[in-house]
Design a binder for this molecule. Structure first.
Ligand SMILES: *Cc1c(COP(=O)(O)O)cnc(C)c1O
Length: 481
C-alpha cells in the first residue's frame, strides 16, 4: 500500500507481516571479492550462503502466504483423479475464467508442449518480445520468432507507459507477408520481461485479438506476470482506474485463445499451467501431458504445490499482492533516478534495471559493461543481480561477438520477500558505486562455453580492478561491512 508521509512523499508499506524467516549473511568485503573471483565474475556461480540480498531472479524465489502453506498440507496424493487437481481447476475457472487446465512442472514445460503441438518446421511466431525459454522451444521444433514491438520498446529513457504493446500495422504487414498458414500463432507476453517488465494496454491487446480473429490465427498469452500487467493497466490506462485487478485480469485473459503461465512467478509456487476454453486446442495438447510431464491430474507438479497454487491464484489478483512488487520497484527506480543513477524508465514489474551503457560508459561492449557492473555491485554490497547484456548473447557461428541491444544489470524484486529497508541499502551502495564507477573496468573470458555461456562461463577483471574497488570500499566502510 502507498502511504503519503507528512512531508508529502509516497512510500510503499508492506501489507504483510513476517511469520517465518530465513537468516541471511553479509560476509565482509574481502570475502566477497574472493567469492566473486572464484565464481569468475559470474553471479550464477556464487553460492547462496555468500549472498546478502538475492536479486538474481523472481523465478521460484517468492514467499508463500500462511494460507498457501496451510492448504498445501491438505494435498491428496492420488495418481489419478486427485482432489487437489479439482481445487486448482476451480480456482482457474474462478480467477481466470478457463474451463480446461493442464498442469506442468514449470513455464518452459508449458512452452515445450505448446511449441510441439502448434509450431511446424518453417513456421513463424509473432510476438511483442521474446523470452529466452520460449524462443528456445520454438526454435527447437524448427520455428522462428519475429518480434513486433513499437518505437519506444528499446528506449531506456522513455516516458511511454505501454512499451509491451505490439505495433498493429507491423503485425498486419507480417501476416500479409508470410500468410496465415505459415504463422503458428501470435504470442503476447504480459509485463514483457526482457525489455524491463513493461506492460501492454488492454486497448492494444484488443486490437491484436481483432487482427488474429480476422485472419484466423490463434492468440497465445504468456501470463507469467499477468497480475502485474493488470495492476499497471489499472494505474495507467484510461477507463480502468475503478476496476479491480481481479476484473482486469479476467478481461485480459479472456482475449487469449490459449493461456499459459509460470506459477513460479505469479502465485508463488513451483509449477505452471496451460489453460483454454476451446476444447479442440485442449484436446490437441492433452495426449502429450502424460508423455512429457505426468498424468492429467498432476502433470509435472507435486499435489502440495497444486493445493498452494489454487490459493495463490486468488491471492495474485488481490490489490495488495498485485501491487507489492511494482510499488517496491517504482520506489527503487525513482530513488536511483532522482540521484542521477542510470535506470530504465518507466519502472515496470519484476525488477529495477540499471542501464550499464550509461553507468560505466568507459567500458566498451566487447568488455561486457553489464557483467562488470553486476560483479562490482556484489563486491560493494553482497547483493546478487543478473547480467542481461552481451554475455547473455552467444557468439555467432564465426566466433564473432553479437552485441546485445541493451546492456542491463537486472535487480529482481521477488514477491513478499524483501522490505523497503533492504531496497534502501541497495540504493545506498549503488550511489557509492556510481561515485567510484571509474574504478570499474571490463571483463575478459577465461572459460567460455559455446552455448548459453552466461550460465557457466568464467571471466576475470581486466587490470585486477576488483582488488582496487574492494580497497576503496574498505577505506570508506571498513572491512566488516
Ligand atoms: C520465467 C518466465 C518463463 C519461464 O518460466 P519457468 O517457470 O522459469 O520455466 C516464461 N515466460 C516468462 C514471461 C517468464 O517470466
Amino acid at each position: 500500500m502507498i502511504v503519503k508521509t507528512s512531508d508529502g512523499r509516497e512510500v510503499p508499506v508492506e501489507m504483510y507481516k513476517i511469520k517465518i524467516i530465513q537468516n541471511v549473511n553479509l560476509i565482509p568485503a574481502e570475502e566477497r571479492l574472493k567469492a566473486i573471483e572464484n565464481a569468475g565474475y559470474n553471479t550464477f556461480l556464487v553460492r547462496s550462503k555468500d549472498i546478502f540480498i538475492d536479486m538474481l531472479t523472481d523465478s521460484g524465489t517468492n514467499a508463500m502466504s500462511d494460507n498457501q502453506l496451510g492448504a498445501a498440507m491438505l494435498y491428496d496424493d492420488a495418481y489419478a483423479g486427485s482432489e487437489s487437481f479439482y481445487k486448482l481447476a476451480n480456482a482457474v475457472g474462478k480467477v481466470l475464467g478457463f474451463k480446461y487446465v493442464l498442469p506442468t512442472h514449470q513455464g518452459r514445460a508449458s512452452e515445450h508442449l505448446i511449441a510441439k503441438v502448434f509450431v511446424k518446421e518453417g513456421n513463424i511466431v509473432l510476438t511483442n518480445y521474446h523470452f529466452t525459454t520460449t524462443k528456445a522451444h520454438i526454435e527447437l521444433v524448427g520455428g522462428k520468432v519475429l518480434e513486433i514491438f513499437g518505437e519506444e520498446a528499446l528506449n531506456t529513457q522513455s516516458k511511454y507507459l505501454f512499451k509491451g504493446n505490439m505495433d498493429i500495422q507491423k503485425l498486419k504487414d507480417a501476416i500479409n507477408k508470410y500468410g496465415k498458414d505459415k504463422i503458428a500463432f501470435v504470442r503476447m507476453e504480459a509485463t514483457t520481461n526482457l525489455i524491463g517488465g513493461q506492460p501492454f494496454s488492454v486497448e492494444n491487446l484488443k486490437q491484436v485479438k481483432k487482427v488474429c480473429s480476422d485472419s484466423g490465427i490463434i492468440l497465445v498469452m504468456d501470463g507469467s506476470l499477468v497480475s502485474e500487467n493488470a495492476y499497471l493497466v489499472q494505474q495507467r490506462e484510461s477507463g480502468y482506474k475503478n476496476k479491480s485487478v481481479a476484473e482486469i485480469v479476467k478481461e485480459v485473459v479472456s482475449l487469449a485463445d490459449l493461456f499459459y503461465m509460470s506459477a513460479r512467478k505469479n502465485s508463488s509456487v513451483k509449477g505452471s499451467i496451460i489453460a483454454t476454453n476451446q476444447s479442440d486446442l485442449y484436446e490437441k495438447i492433452k495426449p502429450w501431458l502424460p508423455v512429457y510431464e505426468g498424468f492429467l491430474t498432476y502433470g509435472g507438479m507435486s499435489t502440495k504445490e497444486i493445493e498452494a497454487m489454487a490459493v495463490g491464484l486468488e491471492e495474485m489478483v488481490d490489490q495488495h499482492v498485485a501491487s507489492s512488487t511494482i510499488e517496491q520497484v517504482k520506489y527503487f527506480v525513482e530513488s536511483l533516478r532522482v540521484q542521477g543513477i542510470p535506470v530504465i524508465t518507466p519502472p515496470g514489474g519484476l525488477a529495477c534495471h540499471l542501464d550499464a551503457k550509461r553507468f560505466v560508459p568507459h567500458i566498451s561492449q566487447d568488455q561486457y559493461p553489464a557483467g562488470a557492473l553486476t560483479g562490482a555491485l556484489y563486491i560493494a554490497s553482497g547483493v546478487r543481480s543478473m547480467e542481461r547484456g552481451t554475455i547473455s548473447m552467444d557468439r555467432d557461428k564465426d566466433g564473432k561477438e553479437q552485441f546485445a541491444d541493451l546492456e542491463i544489470t537486472r535487480l529482481a524484486v521477488p514477491r513478499r520477500v524483501y522490505t523497503i529497508s533492504h531496497i534502501e541499502y541497495v540504493v545506498d551502495r549503488l550511489l557509492w558505486l556510481y561515485k567510484h564507477r571509474e574504478l570499474i573496468k571490463g571483463l575478459t573470458f577465461v572459460d567460455e562455453p559455446p552455448i548459453l555461456r552466461f550460465f557457466f562461463g568464467k571471466l576475470k577483471a581486466i587490470d585486477n580492478w576488483g582488488r582496487k574497488l574492494c580497497d576503496a570500499f574498505k577505506k570508506d566502510f571498513g572491512n566488516k561491512m
